[in-house]
Design a protein around this ligand. Structure first.
Ligand SMILES: [Zn+2]
Ligand SMILES: [Zn+2]
Length: 157
């Protein structure tokens, strides 16, 4: 079942409470990645990210620690974590500085962040769930736009 996307703002933060952020606009995508890197990164079956325009996002308190991840594709992303408790909070893709990928589970209300798309589905673990109405992509789509299209189809404004 897909709850409606609530109206912004959205807030979230880390486990220890030191880092908080606020987002002033609706998401443009909610994507799940099942690649091996994301399984490692999360220690779970997959990574779920809500994607926003960077301009709508602001850290409101706390210190973060950054680690730059380089994918096999050559794409780089800055992964931001709480400097105190290590909770992974958001990703900033270097090739798309206008976007921010927010770790859905760290939102104060993560219940609405149901993936509209799943990528690297050929790596999906048997216990990872995929919604029947979500778009499934093997590997990575050539264009991020495919993920946003999948989202707009399920959540027309
Ligand atoms: Zn923390
Ligand atoms: Zn991944």
């Amino acid at each position: 079942m897909r709850p409606a996307i609530p109206e912004p703002p959205y807030e979230g933060g880390c486990l220890c409470g030191a880092v908080r952020y606020r987002i002033e606009a609706r998401p443009i995508g909610v994507n799940a990645c099942h690649c091996r890197d994301c399984q490692k990164l999360t220690g779970a079956t997959n990574l779920v990210m809500a994607i926003f325009e960077r301009a709508a996002f602001a850290k409101t308190q706390g210190e973060t620690q950054v680690w730059r991840k380089r994918a096999d594709s050559g794409r780089e992303v800055d992964i931001e974590r709480c400097a105190a408790c290590g909770t992974r909070l958001w990703h900033e893709p270097l090739a798309a500085a206008n976007l921010v990928y927010v770790a859905a589970g760290a939102l104060d209300d993560p219940s609405w962040a149901v993936p509209a798309s799943h990528i690297w589905v050929e790596k999906r673990l048997p216990h990872a769930f995929i919604q029947a109405d979500a778009v499934q992509v093997e590997g990575q789509p050539a264009e991020r736009e495919a993920l946003f299209e999948a989202f707009r189809r399920l959540y027309p404004e």
